[in-house]
Design a protein around this ligand. Sequence first.
Ligand code: GLA
Length: 404
Amino acid sequence: MESPHLEQLEHTFAQHYRTLRGAYLVRAPGRVNLIGDHVDYSGLSVLPMALQRHVAILYCERHDSTVRVVSTDPNYTLRSFDLGPSIEPYPEGDWGNYAKAAGQALAQRCGELRGFDAAVHSDIPVAAGLSSSSALVVAAALAVLHANDIEMEKLLLAELLTEAEHYVGTRGGGMDQAICLAARRGSASRIDFNPLRLTAHPIPPDWGFIVAFSLVRAEKSATGRETYNLRTRECRDALQRVTAALQLADRIDSYPALMAELPPADLVSRAEEALEGTLLRRFRHVVSEADRVHRAERALIDYDLKGFGRLMTESHESLRDDFAVSCPELDELVEITLRAGAAGARLTGAGLGGCVVTLVTERRANKVLKALAKRFYASREFEGRLEDQLFLAEPSAGASVAAL
Ligand code: GLA
């Protein structure tokens, strides 16, 4: 971790608590999904990588069950609660609920637990679709486990924390927790669900992924959440209608099982008979995106930059036209990067705001970064530095705990 961040953490810790003796540092990365959005909650594979940006927690264990957390960001003031199987939440939107979510889930599973005093620092842009909330839940969970000398298998913990995020009102498909915990440095990972499994693939040395924030914070807004939940229902309804029409309903109840029956193009043409309008478009996105993930994985293994880029751009078009989760700012970012010579670009994460991810050759990276700075950011106002909205992603390792 960059030392200015560590200094900030130590300073905040010292301001609120006692000595740092016996302190540990937990780091949980944000993520960018390279391809495969809005398919994980249908049980279909995705291909994200962890970022060099983290939630970091500096903590000292306590001898009772109290957890105290405070942030280096003065907007997030001290929170204090006791660990237990049924923790009363703070009001909706309170940052302390992310630590409570982890604490309650682990107390339900592991019984009585010791708490800790902690300072939190994050350099993952908040509500930008880079999974800063899941990183906070993961970091808090690792602090609880480590303070109690409990070892838990990463993927088991990822599944537990996917459920645990219900506590803050959202339940994603499980991609974020899995990549945050189990990512490998230098690689992207294909994540399969039911059972959860990660397969790491090295990112070719001359490929670069640029992350550009649209400056639209939608993921945690009421509309963002409603749209997300609506899409999960639409996907389920579409599946039921298609399996009923194909007379497969008695033995097929998931997208992966359906996709094992027929090739994607055939499924879409059969769906055209069973569905129309919105549900047909949602279904077409899910099935075509699942297919793109597998082709993109192949392209990654073959170092086929053009092929991978083309699939990313197709994915964006599908998320925009069939899944209706883009917005003008995301479309504009994609257009700017493609015009500047990127191999491909797409919105990443839940959409309706958040970030775009763009594939470039190392040689082209500066040109694309400059085009974005000039054509998108120069005319807009934003908080913080340009480097926080626009940066080259470094494929990073999953979460860790280390003695200070
Ligand atoms: C959010 C969820 C993920 C996933 C993406 C869309 O980030 O947390 O599980 O569904 O949206 O791909």
